[in-house]
Ligand binder design. Structure first.
Ligand code: MN
Length: 422
């Protein structure tokens, strides 16, 4: 039992109802303020707790953290210390924030350590060496296969035998709030013989959750499904922006390229695997016998309620999809085992995105491609406007939270605005 997950814990820091960041969460991130260069912090209610202050003032003594570990632009060095170290820090921060603890609460200088979220600017939590995107939702793969190939054979023959994926682009992963310019590229219109060049006309989002690894493995080494979780530090929300028209023309035979690599947006707080423990659940039943290296034991999915909102320029955000991470056919253990079965090495800070998470009903589809069926059924917004795909000035907001035993922990917002092509 992880003490910091106790549903009865309360903090002396006020946590508003419906907050993503009660004392049972305590996710790690990197923030800066007008006065502070980027440093590590933990979210609590509407505040960020400065880990540099805690470390430099002896609050984390005994954990064995090197000096300066939190006074860095990225969390990679801390993440590389592994899950046990992060667990010790999270447990200690939890102790300090408990309603019956006076250690930090009684310190008149505590306001230096506790900074209102409205005064901080969140940064990329890790430097991302590698990014992989899977394709692990059966509903999503079936929808896409039905649209572009054949509804009767929507899933390709390999789909139920391995978690399909591709290597994405790490350099263009940005933190929530960073605007994205509409990409330009080659587009082949259905009735044209030749491609044209121009801004994408089918700008889309993909609702995903990504995990971040905390260890280096050697070339040639594989990670089993049983060991996989020792290598997973935590999770973020992930929007894998996609230009469907560019993608459709370019993707055969090697898969996504310029239709995807112009930008991906993540939520800023890494919610630890520890914090997600109480929200484990069984995944969908795998209907095809898998090879031994993909077999696993126990509940490996997580009940994370996901939402997508669309906010037109100057308008209010409107919910356009509600899904759940538990729908994933392939779980993260299988994804990591498959990724390394050939000897591919892991690095600290690598990001592994789930693939678009669509649920069984149309209100739970995780992309505009599916929600509007490739533009055939436009979404009607309350203002009377229609959307087939994402327009310039639109902001797409992903959110996600788990709820059980009166505890609700969330990821914070993962949002990005689409600007016109340059
Ligand atoms: Mn994707």
């Amino acid at each position: 039992m992880i003490k910091a997950n106790d549903p009865f814990l309360k903090s002396w820091v006020e946590v508003p109802a419906g907050s993503d960041f009660p004392i049972q969460n305590l996710p790690f991130g990197i923030f800066k303020t007008r006065y502070l260069s980027p440093v590590a912090g933990v979210a609590i209610g509407d505040y960020v707790l400065d880990l540099v202050y805690l470390h430099e003032n002896g609050y984390l003594d005994g954990i064995g953290l090197p000096p300066g570990i939190f006074n860095q632009k990225y969390l990679n060095d801390f993440v590389a210390m592994g899950r046990k170290k992060a667990r010790q820090v999270r447990e200690r921060v939890s102790e300090l924030l408990r309603v019956d603890s006076d250690e930090l609460k009684g310190n008149p200088a505590r306001e230096i350590a506790l900074i209102p979220m409205r005064e901080v600017q969140m940064q990329m939590p890790v430097r991302v060496p590698n990014y992989t995107d899977f394709y692990s939702s059966e509903e999503h793969a079936t929808n896409v296969g039905s649209m572009f190939r054949d509804p009767k054979n929507a899933l390709l023959p390999n789909w139920k035998h391995l978690p399909v994926g591709y290597h994405g682009r790490a350099s263009s992963i940005v933190v929530s709030g960073t605007p994205i310019h509409r990409p330009k590229g080659q587009i082949k219109l259905p009735d044209a013989e030749q491609p044209v060049f121009g801004p994408s006309r089918k700008m889309d989002f993909e609702l995903e959750v990504a995990f971040i690894t905390c260890s280096e493995t050697k070339l040639g080494q594989s990670v089993s499904t049983a060991e996989a979780e020792n290598h997973i530090f935590g999770f973020v929300l992930f929007n894998d922006w996609s230009a469907r028209d560019i993608q459709q023309w370019e993707y055969v035979p090697l898969g996504p390229f310029l239709g995807k690599n112009f930008g991906s947006t993540i939520s800023p707080w890494i919610v630890t695997l520890d914090a997600l423990e109480p929200f484990r659940t069984e995944g969908p039943i795998q209907t095809s016998e898998v090879l031994p290296y993909l077999k696993f034991n126990g509940p490996k999915n997580f009940d994370i309620k996901l939402g997508v909102l669309l906010q037109p320029e100057g308008g209010e955000p409107v919910t356009i999809s509600r899904s759940n991470f538990k729908h994933m056919y392939w779980n993260v253990n299988q994804q990591l085992a498959h990724h390394t079965i050939n000897g591919c090495n892991l690095q600290v800070g690598d990001m592994y995105a789930s693939g678009t998470i669509s649920g069984p009903d149309p209100g739970s589809y995780g992309s505009m491609l599916e929600l509007t069926w490739n533009g055939a059924k436009p979404l009607q917004l309350p203002t009377g406007a229609e959307r087939r795909f994402i327009e310039d000035g639109d902001t797409v907001i992903l959110n996600g939270y788990c709820e059980k035993d009166g505890v609700r922990i969330g990821f914070g917002s993962c949002q990005g605005k689409i600007l016109p092509a340059i």
